[in-house]
Design a protein around this ligand. Structure first.
Ligand code: NAD
Ligand code: IPM
Ligand code: MN
Length: 383
């Protein structure tokens, strides 16, 4: 049977709080169940140091051995990195390691679905339930361009702070390729989803290039897809006042996508629920012609230093990231759907006091490990 090599990067904080593994441990537990129940393939998991944990061990966030393992892997499952120990004033920080990993692997397409809506969770949305109900968006974020990657200068002049600058840069081809990804995702439903492209074209040159390129690409090559443009400030407002207006695909550049995906993530209930995939191309749906896309899968949330080590973090974003990994990088759609069904069963299950089987971010009392156990239990029933 085929064996798939999965590199696991627990990272920091609630990914793995030094000694105590948290959300990533629950996702690997789920993958082990899939592995044990499937004689026709084998998942080989290996863990590598990354982020702050790697800085502490070897002095750099992305050691060459970790990068090499990622380059050779079929897919990567990551927790999240960063924390106060390696804060913004530290000489060596975890975050550049993640940016280098994304860039080196060419993972330009970041897919962040905010569509795991469940009626049972509506009471936890920060919005009025009737405003949140029916929200169903996939954020497609360009991940290896823009202001994250063009030239910058730190303010290091002593004794004055001096000046610092960052630059934003996009080429037509960078915008074209992410537009194709958004279009492929829009076409994965019948009828196709609408695309909402988000920019700041009233101010930024990059955004005027963005808008023109998106319009040309969609008009010429995907006439069947409806699309519109929004300015990012107004879009951020619409996201909390009438989010369903953005149902479909939200297509945007790196920095705006970072901000809007966190904003959209809480609408279904909690940041802790949402998964993401970072791919070097459009995800191909499992089919006889399935073409695997090398990918990095991680929850949308960060290392949550405020709750790290307490055993209360919600592992669902990481568990659902593992499901995306199986679907997009290995073509194992049945296993992915089984995990998603199990998660839904757990979240929807009633319990005494009406709190369901939920972690604290969703008003429950269940810890990280216990919730993972419940997902495993439900998964064994589904399989
Ligand atoms: P964060 O996402 O870590 O936390 C924001 C809030 O959400 C916190 O109150 C936290 O407790 C809560 N939260 C997040 N995940 C949760 C979960 N699974 N269950 C329950 N509650 C959860 O954002 P932050 O505090 O701004 O950033 C902390 C660190 O994480 C920073 O160093 C940042 O750079 C890093 N970060 C890393 C990634 C990544 O590695 N992909 C992503 C975002 C932030
Ligand atoms: C994310 C994170 C990262 C980003 C940081 C940790 C570099 O916020 O994945 O959303 O800004 O891309
Ligand atoms: Mn972010």
């Amino acid at each position: 049977p085929p064996a798939y090599r999965i590199v696991v990067l627990p990272g920091d904080g609630i990914g793995k709080n030094f000694h105590r593994p948290e959300v990533v441990a629950e996702a690997t537990k789920v993958l082990e169940v899939i592995n044990a129940s499937s004689p026709d393939f084998e998942l080989k998991l290996e863990t590598h140091k990354f982020g702050g944990a790697a800085i502490d061990a070897v002095g750099e966030p992305l050691p060459p051995s970790t990068l090499k393992a990622c380059q050779e892997a079929d897919a990567i499952l990551m927790g999240s990195i960063g924390g106060p120990k390696w804060g913004v004033d530290a000489k060596v920080r975890p975050e550049p390691g993640l940016l280098t990993l994304r860039k080196t692997l060419g993972l330009y397409a970041n897919i962040r679905p905010a569509n795991f809506a469940s009626e049972a969770l509506l009471e936890y949305t920060p919005l009025k339930p009737e405003i949140a109900r029916g929200f169903n968006t996939v954020v497609i974020r360009e991940l290896i361009g823009g202001i994250y990657f063009a030239a910058r200068k730190e303010a290091t002049v002593e004794p004055d702070i001096g000046t610092a600058w960052d630059t934003m840069m996009y080429s037509e081809s960078e915008v074209q390729r992410i537009t194709h990804v958004a279009a492929q995702i829009a076409l994965s439903t019948n009828p196709p989803m609408e695309i909402h492209s988000i920019d700041k074209a009233n101010v930024l040159a990059c955004s005027r290039l963005w808008r023109k390129t998106v319009t040309e690409t969609l008009t010429k090559e995907y006439p069947q897809i409806k699309f519109d443009h929004h300015l990012v400030d107004a879009a951020a407002m619409v996201m909390v006042s009438n989010p369903k207006k953005l149902n479909g695909v939200v297509l945007t550049e790196n920095l705006f996508g970072d901000i809007l995906s966190d904003e959209s993530s809480v609408i279904p209930g909690s940041l802790g629920l949402l998964p993401s995939a970072s791919l070097a191309g459009a995800p191909s749906q499992p089919s006889p012609n399935f073409k695997p896309t090398p990918g990095l899968y991680e929850p949308v949330h960060g290392s949550a230093p405020d709750i790290a080590g307490k055993g209360i973090a919600n592992p669902i974003g990481t568990i659902l990231s593992a499901a995306m990994l199986l679907r997009y990088s290995l073509g194992l759609d049945k296993a992915a759907t089984a995990i998603e069904t199990a998660v839904r069963k757990v979240l929807d299950s009633p319990s005494s006091g009406g709190h369901g089987l939920r972690t604290a971010d969703l008003g429950g009392k269940v810890g990280t490990t216990e919730l993972g156990d419940k997902v495993v239990e439900a998964l064994k029933e589904v399989l």
